[in-house]
Design a protein around this ligand. Sequence first.
Ligand code: ATP
Length: 237
Amino acid sequence: MAVLELRDVHTYYGHIHALKGISFKVEPGEIVTLIGANGAGKSTTLRTISGLVRARHGQVLLNGEDITHLPPHEIVARGVGHVPEGRRIFPQLTVWENLEMGAYTVKDRQEIARRMEFVFSIFPRLKERLHQKGGTLSGGEQQMLAIARALMMSPRILLLDEPSMGLAPVLVESIFEVIRQLNWQGTTILLVEQNAHMALQVAHRGYVLETGRIVLEGTARELAENPLVQAAYLGMH
Ligand code: ATP
């Protein structure tokens, strides 16, 4: 069964019809990427899945269960980890405290410790900075902390919104390396990226969004070889 399925999802901001019937699936163990220009509706798709904005029509299913009308905190509790655009960590809290906040629903201290060890195995740099305030971390480290905090929920699916945005090229490489590594370890990922080149290198499959609709879908290789994708999103002519 698909971890995540959207069926004919329509989302509005007031009168703006931002998603015009989005349908797709993410299967267990996949990295699926959503590609599209500014304003295509990529972030809105993630926000709709998390319940931060409401679908006016259609369904969002998590492991076959309809989560369309659940409040955001229940969607998180059921296993949707959302890392929004812009690294929204708690700047006044330490790395440790940020991670603890990520696991706020978990009561078992040992389980929290186990998850922290997992997170440190992926992000050793965070372990070295446990008592540093989040706001004093570098941009790349804050992005890592934002992902690490979502991992503390042990999500069934991780929604990543533009994880490479604003990072220097070398950090972009390391964020994509982390995405690969997490996926090897079993995390299912839905990745929104403007950097289509990198996204199609890590993803198994992808969907191309244009003004609230899916206009193309395929394996990452098919999309990377598609002349329309190359011209519009990969800067090739
Ligand atoms: P970007 O990469 O620029 O974030 P995106 O593909 O993620 O683009 P969305 O942010 O999902 O696009 O926006 C989809 C459409 O919805 C756009 O036309 C945008 O202007 C509109 N929109 C997004 N957020 C709001 C909002 N809070 N209020 C009104 N309109 C919004």
